[in-house]
Design a protein around this ligand. Structure first.
Ligand SMILES: [Zn+2]
Length: 322
């Protein structure tokens, strides 16, 4: 069991995920009238068992949880939320943009898988890899069901009988939110700022086409707050907040310069092959590699540093080599 007491009568709880980061850290806060949960996990057996064990350990029954907040819609945070809502009867709140994405991606009659395949083909991915990407996406669907019933989140929430501000931090997802407690100088940060890895910034069909611009703006937004500690959703809490934000911005600036140098009559797939040449990628990882490379290319294009030289598949050139 992975549980630790934190400030404001809260608990930091590691719920297993079948991904390299191993855990998604979810939070429980005791209120006068029950418990509030932040993020839930992916719907698979280990995660469900982990929660039941935690409830047992804390001596609470599922009905004690009356509210669930989601930082964003990604499966490792929201996939188990429909199951949790059924179990607890809790009301669930998240940013409306991400609530819409849940329906768009996993709702009945969703065409997200076909749209994803279309997108990667347009970016030069070979047909068999595009099929593999689509297949892997289909498989993840079962870890998202049943879907939750979300309500739009407001500007303030109560956690541990204290007021927290909801800060909209688009980038990792367009409806990503963090929660800020002013007196304690604490942030519950979701995947916005992570201690060890760079949060994935990707372009997905039907979502923002400029997530990297938004992400860098959101990093600057958070930098303006006085924060001692970020409770992130993966890895250890972040204690050197200003420094970590500067590192993340620097990482993207470096990456942008490198991708710009590679954009010499190349497709996104060809550029991604160079960027990720140090690793053997499975189709799931390829989907992220392509989507992340598109995010950087869109950034460079909007800044006037590269151009689309050809369509179908899209071929990029540097502005200065055109
Ligand atoms: Zn995550």
């Amino acid at each position: 069991m992975n549980i630790e007491k934190i400030e404001c009568g809260g608990y930091r709880i590691g719920i297993p995920v079948p991904f390299p980061m191993k855990y998604v850290y979810c939070y429980l806060f005791k209120q006068d009238d029950g418990y509030v949960m932040i993020d839930v996990g992916l719907n698979y057996r280990e995660a469900r068992d982990a929660w039941l064990e935690i409830f047992d350990h804390l001596g609470l029954v599922p009905r004690d949880i009356h509210t669930i907040y989601l930082t964003h819609f990604h499966p490792d945070h929201s996939g188990l939320s429909g199951w949790m809502q059924q179990l607890t009867g809790a009301a669930l709140y998240m940013h409306e943009v991400d609530a819409e994405m849940i329906t768009r991606v996993w709702g009945e009659g969703s065409s997200q898988v076909e749209k994803m395949k279309e997108m990667v083909l347009q970016h030069g991915v070979p047909e068999d890899l595009a099929d593999g990407i689509a297949e892997h996406m289909e498989k993840l669907h079962k870890n998202m069901l049943p879907l939750p019933f979300p309500n739009p989140i407001g500007d303030k929430i109560e956690l541990g009988n204290k007021q927290w501000s909801v800060i909209h931090t688009p980038g990792h997802s367009a409806g990503h939110v963090c929660f800020y407690q002013e007196e304690e100088e604490l942030l519950i940060g979701g995947d916005h700022i992570l201690e060890r890895i760079t949060p994935n910034i990707s372009v997905w069909p039907g979502a923002s086409q400029h997530p990297l611009h938004e992400y860098i703006d959101s990093l600057r937004k958070v930098k303006a707050y006085s924060i001692q500690k970020i409770y992130s959703a993966h890895h250890a809490p972040v204690l050197n907040v200003g420094e970590r934000i500067a590192e993340l911005i620097y990482h993207h600036e470096e990456r942008l310069a490198y991708i710009e140098s590679l954009a010499d009559h190349q497709t996104t797939y060809e550029i991604a092959k160079v960027l990720f040449s140090h690793r053997e990628l499975n189709p799931h990882q390829w989907r992220f590699a392509i989507a992340e490379t598109i995010a950087h290319l869109n950034y460079l294009e909007r800044e006037g540093r590269i151009l689309k030289h050809r369509q179908d598949p899209i071929v990029y050139v540097r502005y200065d080599s055109n």
